[in-house]
Design a binder for this molecule. Sequence first.
Ligand SMILES: C[S@@+](CC[C@H](N)C(=O)[O-])C[C@H]1O[C@@H](n2cnc3c(N)ncnc32)[C@H](O)[C@@H]1O
Length: 293
Amino acid sequence: MSAVPAPPAPSVPPTPFSASPAPGSATARSGETRSSVVSSVAAALRAAGCVFAEEEAELIVGAAGTPAGLAAAVDRRVAGEPLELVVGWAGFDGLRIAVEPGVFVPRRRTEFLVEQALAQAPDATVVVDLCCGSGAVGAALAARLGGVELHAADIDPAAVRCARRNVEDRGGRVYEGDLYAALPGGLRGRVDVLAANVPYVPTAEVGLLPAEARDHEPLVALDGGADGLAVLRRVAAEAGRWLAPGGCLLVETSEHQAASAVAAFGRAGLTTRLAVCGERDAHVVIGVAPRAD
Ligand SMILES: C[S@@+](CC[C@H](N)C(=O)[O-])C[C@H]1O[C@@H](n2cnc3c(N)ncnc32)[C@H](O)[C@@H]1O
């Protein structure tokens, strides 16, 4: 989890816009071309301090269905709501992931966790996305691996609702509950990839996050307890019961938490290493369960 959502640059193209807008569409007012609407939206965003005003304006206009919807969307963005929540989706690993108010916006740096899972377990057939939020990680793994049994779970009902939109289309199931308690018992000992992008901001630092996260994402998605590792430790401690022999647990963490996170994985009996992507400032702890003799 990064502190700030990546700047607007979804890797998935925005909804294509017709040169002849449909009646009632955001640009259907007489005499207004799409480019003039985009320009006036960009001007409003620029005045509000948006750094990527033109790119954001394109996305907001593309997502708005009606002039009233467009005006409301611009107001929300000007008021500081994350772009992804305003347009209703986030680009993640080449997918368009539905996001909703009250749900954590998937971060670009978390694509590194997906890449590490694929490198560690390219033949995985059973995937669990624990602390799934929107379900972006599980959806991306299912898309890349193809034909997997996908399970996702979150404690927050808003996240579960949103994840269902992203996961069920890919044949996955989403459950609500506290960590492993949400999962069907039949998964014990069968999980090839257990991905868990847990909350990991230390409680005292939540108030220092950028306003987009602090004001628009739920505390349960951010607050990792006193040192930020409370949820991670619980995930690591119980992973061995759920992983298949040779299965892997992957958790994102921060640079200064990495050594403690690695130690927690080691205490859980996993063969552990840390993967780092400097460009994305991403740190992923990877623990592998013992193989059967
Ligand atoms: C940092 S967000 C990550 C969401 C998603 N995996 C992603 O990468 O976009 C952490 C998620 O963990 C969930 N969560 C926090 N505590 C949990 C718990 N005890 N059991 C299950 N989910 C939990 C939050 O609701 C939130 O959706």
